[in-house]
Design a protein around this ligand. Structure first.
Ligand code: ZN
Length: 468
C-alpha cells in the first residue's frame, strides 16, 4: 500500500513536471504565448506564435482534407460568429448554458461551485455545497453565499447603442435590450441554421455531413489547465444527417473512423485514448447515446472530444423557432422526415495539447539530455531544415542556399539555419519537431551529396541532392 502511494506520488510529480516542460517549450520556441502577455496577460486566452500557428494550420488542413475534401458525403461551411439571438433561445443556451457560481462572503472571490467539491456536477445545490463547506481557495474561510446560475455566453451590443441607453428612457432601454447579441458558445448552431440553405442549393443525399471549423467563446468562471479550459477556443464540428432508422450504424461508423483519424493522422497512441460511454442520467435529455473520448494528458485524463447522437432535437428546434420546414424528402422513395444527427465535436486546443504531449520526449544524446518533439510529418511546422556546415565559407553557403531554394519551391515548409554550431542547430530543430536536417559540407561540392539527419533516431545518411 505504501509503495503504491509512493509510486502514484512520484508519477504525479513526473507528469506535472512534464506539463510544465511542454508549457516552457511552447513559450521558448514560439508555439504558444499567454494572451496579451505584454500587458500582464488576459485570463483564459492564449496566442499561437509563429511555430504554433504552423502546427495549428497543419492540424486544420489535416482535419479538413480527411473529413471534407477526401469524401463525397461531407461538405464545409463557415458561419458568422455573431448570430441572430433567436439561435440561442431556440437551442436552449440562453436558459441553460450556465455554470453554478458561488461567492465567498469574506473576500468576495467567485468560483465554480462544483469544482470546489469532489464528485459533484454542474447541478450541485447550495444545500449540497454547504453540507461539505469547503474552505475558500483564496482566504481559507468557509462563509459562502448561495449558488447562482451564471450564463457563460459573452454578450455584446450590435448596432449604435450608447452605454447610457441601458439606464435611459424606456425606449432607450428597449433599444439596448433588443441589440444584445452573443459570441457563439459553439459552432454547431451555425450548421443547423444553414441546413436548409445547403439542402436547397446543393441537394445532398442523406446521409451527409456538414463540417465547420471555427472559434467559439465561453466565459469560464475559472479558466485553468493551460489551454484545456480557455475562454476563447476553436472547434472542429461535424453534423452528420441520417435517416432516423439508421442512426445506430452511422454512429458506429463515424466513431470508428474518428478513432482511426486520431491514431493515424494525429499520431495519438491508442493506449492513451479511453472511451467513456456516458450513462443515461448524465446525457443531455435528447441524446440516446454519447461517447466521451478521453486522452491521457500529462496532468491526468481529460476529455479530448465527444460523439453524440442528438436525434432531431436541433433541427426541430430550428423549425419551431423559425417556422420553416426542416423536412428532407428522399430522392428515391419520396419519404419525408426530419433527419437525425450524429455529432462528433473536438476542440482544437485540446487536440494540440494531446499532440504535443504525445510528441514530447526527453532522451540522452552525446551525454546530454535532448528534448525532441516527435510530431507526425503532416503536423510538423517544418519538414526540412537546410544549413551549411560552416557559416563563414561562401562556397558552402552558396551551395546550401541553392539546395534550400530548390526544396522550398517543392515543399514550402523548409527552414534555414546557420546559427551556432551544427550540434546546436540539431537540438533546436529536434525541439520544434523538424523531421529532417540537411547539411551541406565540403563533400557536397565534390559529389553533390548532402547529409540527411533523422530527428527521431539521429541517424545520418548521404543522399544525392537530386534524390531529396
Ligand atoms: Zn474567500
Amino acid at each position: 500500500m505504501k509503495l503504491a502511494l509512493w509510486a502514484s506520488f512520484l508519477c504525479y510529480n513526473f507528469y506535472m513536471s512534464k506539463l510544465d516542460d511542454i508549457v516552457s517549450l511552447c513559450k521558448r520556441r514560439g508555439f504558444i504565448f499567454p494572451g496579451s502577455d505584454v500587458y500582464g496577460g488576459m485570463a483564459g486566452t492564449w496566442d499561437f506564435g509563429p511555430l504554433g500557428v504552423m502546427l495549428k494550420n497543419n492540424l486544420v488542413n489535416t482535419w479538413w482534407s480527411h473529413w471534407v475534401d477526401q469524401r463525397d458525403d461531407m461538405f464545409g461551411i463557415d458561419a458568422a460568429i455573431i448570430m441572430n439571438p433567436t439561435t440561442w433561445e431556440a437551442s436552449g443556451h440562453t436558459a441553460t448554458f450556465a455554470d453554478p457560481l458561488i461567492e465567498c462572503n469574506e473576500c468576495h472571490s467567485r468560483f465554480r461551485a462544483d469544482k470546489l467539491v469532489d464528485g459533484y456536477s454542474e447541478s450541485i445545490t447550495t444545500e449540497e455545497f454547504k453540507a461539505i463547506n469547503p474552505a475558500c481557495p483564496n482566504c481559507g474561510k468557509t462563509n459562502w453565499g448561495s449558488i447562482r446560475k451564471f450564463n457563460m455566453m459573452f454578450s455584446t451590443h450590435v448596432g449604435a447603442v450608447l452605454p447610457e441607453d441601458e439606464s435611459g428612457s424606456e425606449s432607450d432601454k428597449e433599444l439596448a435590450r433588443r441589440s444584445i447579441a452573443y459570441l457563439r458558445p459553439e459552432t454547431a448552431q451555425g450548421i443547423f441554421t444553414n441546413y436548409k440553405n445547403v439542402v436547397d442549393t446543393i441537394y445532398p443525399s442523406v446521409p451527409f455531413g456538414l463540417c465547420q471549423f471555427g472559434k467559439s467563446f465561453r466565459n469560464e468562471i475559472s479558466p485553468r489547465d493551460y489551454i484545456l479550459r480557455d475562454r476563447e477556443c476553436s472547434q472542429f464540428e461535424i453534423e452528420y444527417f441520417v435517416h432516423p432508422n439508421t442512426w445506430a450504424e452511422n454512429f458506429e461508423t463515424i466513431h470508428k473512423e474518428y478513432l482511426d483519424f486520431l491514431t493515424n493522422k494525429l499520431g495519438l497512441k491508442a493506449e492513451n485514448i479511453h472511451e467513456l460511454e456516458v450513462p443515461e442520467e448524465d446525457r443531455a435529455f435528447y441524446s440516446k447515446r454519447t461517447i466521451d473520448i478521453m486522452y491521457n494528458y500529462p496532468n491526468g485524463e481529460e476529455e479530448l472530444m465527444g460523439i453524440a447522437y442528438r436525434t432531431d432535437y436541433d433541427l426541430s428546434n430550428v423549425a419551431k423557432a423559425s417556422g420553416k420546414n426542416m423536412e428532407y424528402r428522399d430522392k428515391i422513395t419520396g419519404e419525408t422526415f426530419v433527419p437525425h444527427v450524429i455529432e462528433p465535436s473536438m476542440g482544437l486546443e485540446r487536440a494540440i495539447l494531446a499532440i504535443l504531449s504525445e510528441a514530447y520526449y526527453e532522451d540522452e544524446m552525446d551525454g546530454e539530455t535532448r528534448v525532441v518533439l516527435k510530431l507526425p510529418e503532416n503536423l510538423a511546422p517544418y519538414k526540412f531544415c537546410v544549413s551549411p556546415l560552416l557559416k563563414n565559407k561562401p562556397e558552402l553557403v552558396d551551395k546550401a542556399r541553392e539546395v534550400y531554394n530548390q526544396l522550398k519551391a517543392k515543399y514550402t515548409f523548409v527552414t534555414w539555419d546557420d546559427s551556432g554550431n551544427i550540434g546546436k542547430r540539431y537540438r533546436k530543430q529536434d525541439e520544434i519537431g523538424t523531421p529532417k536536417c540537411i547539411v551541406i559540407d565540403f563533400d557536397t561540392l565534390e559529389d553533390d551529396t548532402v547529409t540527411v539527419r533523422d530527428r527521431d533516431t539521429a541517424e545520418q545518411v548521404r543522399v544525392k541532392i537530386n534524390e531529396l
